[in-house]
Design a protein around this ligand. Sequence first.
Ligand SMILES: *Cc1c(COP(=O)(O)O)cnc(C)c1O
Length: 840
Amino acid sequence: MSVQTDSDKRKQISVRGIVAVENVTEVKKAFNRHLHYTLVKDRNVATPRDYYFALAHTVRDHLVSRWIRTQQYYYEKDPKRVYYLSLEYYMGRSLQNTMINLGIQGNVDEALYQLGLDIEELEELEEDAGLGNGGLGRLAACFLDSMATLGLAAYGYGIRYEYGIFTQKIENGEQQEEPDDWLRYGNPWEKARPEFMLPVNFYGRVVDTPQGKKWIDTQVVFAMPYDNPIPGYNNNVVNTLRLWSAKSPIDFNLRFFNSGDYIQAVLDRNVAENISRVLYPNDNFFEGKELRLRQEYFMCAATLQDIIRRYKASKFGSREAVRTTFDSLPDKVAIQLNDTHPALAIPELLRILLDIEKLPYEKAWDLVVKCCAYTNHTVLPEALERWPCSMLENCLPRHMQLIYHINFLHLQEVQKRWPGDADRMRRMSLIEEEGEKRVNMANLCVVGSHAVNGVAAIHSEILKATVFRDFFEMWPDKFQNKTNGITPRRWLLLCNPALSDLICDKIGDEWTVHLEMLQKLKRWAKDPAFQRSVMKVKQENKLRLAGLIERDTGVRINPASMFDVQVKRIHEYKRQILNILHVITLYNRIKRDPSAVITPRTVMIGGKAAPGYFIAKQIIALACAVGNTVNNDPDVGDKLKLIYLENYRVTLAERIMPAADLSEQISTAGTEASGTGNMKFMLNGALTIGTMDGANVEMAEEAGEHNMFIFGMRVDDVEALKQRGYNAYEYYERNPELRQCVEQIRSGFFSPGEPGRFSHVADVLLHHDRFMHLADFDAYIEAQEKVSQVYQDQAKWAEMVIENIASSGKFSSDRTIAEYARQIWGVEPSWEKLPAPHDT
Ligand SMILES: *Cc1c(COP(=O)(O)O)cnc(C)c1O
């Protein structure tokens, strides 16, 4: 029996689960039971946080049988397992996502209403799982959702950082970092598995024995697994994300016990446990710290032991036995490396097969290459991992030996193919000899993998033509493209229920698992009624975001203005400065003619800067300073605002994407490997102003260039300009508006109390700008003028919005994962449901 109530601000739609009285009753009972037995509270003393935890446990109960049964099913059926290895998983919150994927949101909403509780208020009490920096970590999270939804026997492996990405506070117009103590109140979504704890070795030395090499005198750290459920969408699959936490061995620092300093020995246990203490907050930047190297190896070593254990123990054929040969390893195991961060999985797997399982070298190496595949995420040289040989030698002496050996055999092959080509040998070597000797981890990954992929078509082409050119000549068949995607469950169904409903009204709900279906919306692109409905939803979402911003910052924004948004990590290559230059240009134009009619805009910029990235922090300060000037100028009024969005993270992205009109994707062509923020905006009906970079190129291909605002240099133009020699002054001198902007920044117009405050930023723009901001300034301003003009014509704008939504199907991570599955992992996606358990 179905009940219809007005209890819920979130409309009931079929994809979010039918409301049935008996199920609502069950949810209420379970909630009360958890409040009593799990939280040990009654309703007189329970806090909102107690209610959140009672609710989380209630929802979690619905996962348990599905989780156990899915894992049992994998054991029985023994399909090829997919292992996704990543140092980052930017998961955000789990509560609403779990309810949606299990189809119980309707029942739970109704139950909480009947209990007199505001579910949205409780949802706000969940901490984000911020175990990632930006796009790379969020991609891993979207992939987990899609792998479960496509029924793959997949496992995510990573580190359970005690502190995730820092919390950003903007104080006096500057970024301050606060530690993200996300586990403070406990994590109801994880299950510790101390019984599966595994040892990981560091340091020590390698000795020759008659039985082969032995790595001895090591220091041991234990890896304690914490399992996190990953529910598929509406298919009763629950996969596992296993995150490792470092634990000291009981006898750690035994010598102190012997020397009698018991207290010191106990205190020193922290040293080992520091391995999983904190996420490194760098995005697209390599910081060669030993602790980070230890994190990377810790994750790989624990994960590979787990993979080998599961391979050996798997039931195969109809017999229950232990696998004794490794011949079928590549038929049962696919290992995907998310960038080079888990590259040590390659020498570690080789070490296990060689030193522990005693396979001959040729056989062991062949298995490694067949199992492993590598995804490249960037061509920025400062992001490429190059570990000093001295550090590896000290920390992981056996692995350093193996890398030398891999390199020796690899260079023999190069020599055979290109005799006497010493320069090519140098370029293709795993070891860089100039300056301090280092291991090039990307080269190690290419040599040790059967497949190498970029993350958007243009990026994959750039890889073959530049960083991996020599490798592409040697192994053309290794190189592939897998254009990134996002999960439409979190990035539409969850974050934008009103738009989801509107789409369901028109084309049904199949799009939730077959996003290409959105194409059907094209029929109504010019339909005035549908245009009005779409724009009404956008307006409601804008009002909601405006309310949030006013609550948090006190700044009032004009909800009739265009919401012009750039949210992503702060990085010079992403060119937030270009956006700021546009705001300053608009400001100067308003000041010159305060009566001129312009399209009102609220420009929002958000994102974290790596704490050690000086210029990135200056960019944040500049945005705040310009905002301060613009927002408080009475001549400007409602026409222009610049807001800095504090602490951009997954949960804030879920509020922003549905409310954006304009998406800023303005990196220098050739620098943004793919971008995924661009896709979230598109799916939620924002139009893109962007360069022909990363996945923007494919978005233009799908929607047509006439439905985007493409501007600026293409990759070839950027290359040509670099060849010719980029001279910022050429552009500076030619354009008086640009000159005025740069002068205002340089001379302290936005920082009157401290005139030299931003001189460094102006200096970068004029003298050492790797990303050629000024070369694209004219084209950018011109494209922005076009944006303003089209926005005046709301019917035209709405038509373009619908065309964009309808064209965004390609950017589902389901499509991406289906391609990885078939073309790299050798497994077949399935949209079949597992049988539902009878207990829920
Ligand atoms: C999607 C996402 C990103 C990636 O954004 P890009 O614009 O592709 O760099 C970064 N951070 C968060 C919180 C995200 O959700």
